[in-house]
Design a binder for this molecule. Structure first.
Ligand code: KG4
Ligand code: ZN
Length: 373
């Protein structure tokens, strides 16, 4: 089955073509094309995404992206078997462009269409990460021995801990009460005048710090780390940075101060994310940890998740040994893209008994507040 994936929930227009081949033990995915039109330059002067500007850019870029995706995959619309499109959550002006475009294609070419939850897309692409190799992907889908899994989806718009009992069966066990982790990176970077998107800028500054060591002994709070629940809060961390900057106007021009501040901001976010995720892993006896979403591209976060997972595997610190695996997409698939939507769309279509009956395009509706459960 050849699947066209369309993603426009935020500021990236993503269109991809993938081929799904069912095998005796599961399914194999081949990525035929993965086109992303980034709007970073448009939103950078504002330090964040401006919804109406994002929609205008999606409208301008979506057709050229489709043409390129089809060309790179050496395919035409008549050979597409399924259209998968993000229906939410996201910015409604952006979502509507992708959804209406996808529905028009489905109608024109008479192709079944499936609506995808953006967060399920982030999770699905981790399951089929090329790093794991095809045989593992087959295994994951067929035997489901990797379940239950705990997925941490961290991006500019979301920070959610999700318990996955089956593919398609999700329960959000914790989420942010205010800013998302990526939003915190972005807002701190804006405050420090580092530019947008903030995650890569903060992490680049933090990396420079490694070499030199602590000089200013900056300490930031780890919000809600001691709370028993799995919720997060990152707006207080941003405010703590704001006060620190206001109180240290003399030091703010010192690159070493900025580097140390970035390192501490990044580590505060990582500490909270790791603490909550691994608490959930123990509580739900998870066999798999999934890290996904734009913030999952952060090298230090990936490294510390890997270290913590291997500690659990080895029974470090007197803990019982856990048979646990850690899944994270390759960095280029952490950020929003059409591949993840195509993969999740294929899985959703396969589990829908009504799939392919009637005019499926009629049932597709964008929902900015769509939930996973
Ligand atoms: O998943 P994504 O592309 O879009 C949303 O669904 O929000 O995530 C974008 C977010 C931005 O907040 C960006 O700052 C963050 O991911 N991000 C990073 C890194 N690369 C992107 N955060 C930390 N470290 C990174 N290397
Ligand atoms: Zn996303």
């Amino acid at each position: 089955m050849t699947v066209l994936g369309i993603e426009t929930s935020c500021d990236d227009t993503g269109i991809a073509v993938i081929k799904a081949t069912p095998t005796l033990v599961g399914v194999k995915f081949d990525i035929l094309s993965n086109v992303i039109s980034s709007q970073i330059k448009i939103h950078a002067p504002f330090g964040g995404v401006v919804p109406n500007l994002a929609a205008r850019e999606h409208l301008k870029n979506i057709e050229p992206c489709l043409k390129t995706a089809l060309k790179e995959a050496s395919i035409n619309m008549r050979r597409i078997d399924l259209i998968a499109v993000t229906i939410g959550p996201g910015l409604i002006p952006s979502l509507l462009i992708g959804v209406n475009f996808a529905k028009a294609l489905a109608y024109k070419y008479n192709i079944p269409i499936v609506g995808v939850n953006h967060l399920e897309g982030h999770i699905a692409v981790a399951l089929f990460s090329p790093e794991r190799g095809i045989s593992n992907s087959k295994f994951l889908i067929s035997k489901q021995k990797f379940l239950p899994a705990i997925a941490l989806v961290v991006s500019g718009g979301h920070t959610q801990l999700v318990l996955m009992r089956k593919i398609g069966d999700y329960k959000v066990i914790g989420e942010t009460r205010d800013d998302a982790a990526g939003e915190c990176f972005d807002k701190v970077a804006k405050l420090l005048g580092l530019g947008y998107p903030g995650g890569p800028k903060i992490s680049a500054e933090a990396e420079k710090f490694e070499v030199k060591g602590s000089k200013f002994e900056i300490q930031l709070p780890r919000p809600m780390i001691k709370h028993k629940n799995f919720d997060f809060s990152f707006s207080g961390l941003k405010t703590a940075v704001l006060y620190l900057v206001q109180d240290n106007k003399d030091k703010i021009k010192n690159p070493e101060f900025i580097q140390e501040l970035c390192k501490e901001t990044q580590q505060a976010i990582i500490d909270v994310l790791i603490n909550k995720t691994f608490k959930a892993v123990e509580k739900y006896k998870a066999k798999t940890i999934i890290l996904s979403g734009g913030v999952a591209a952060n090298t230090e976060l990936r490294k510390q998740f890997e270290v913590q997972s291997s500690r659990l595997r080895q029974g470090f610190g007197g803990q019982a040994k856990f048979k646990i695996q850690f899944l994270v997409p390759t960095k280029n698939l952490c950020m929003d893209n059409g591949v993840m939507i195509a993969m999740a769309g294929y899985l959703a279509a396969k589990r829908d008994p009504d799939f392919g009956r009637g005019k499926s395009w009629n049932r597709i509706i964008a929902n900015a507040n769509l939930r996973l459960n």
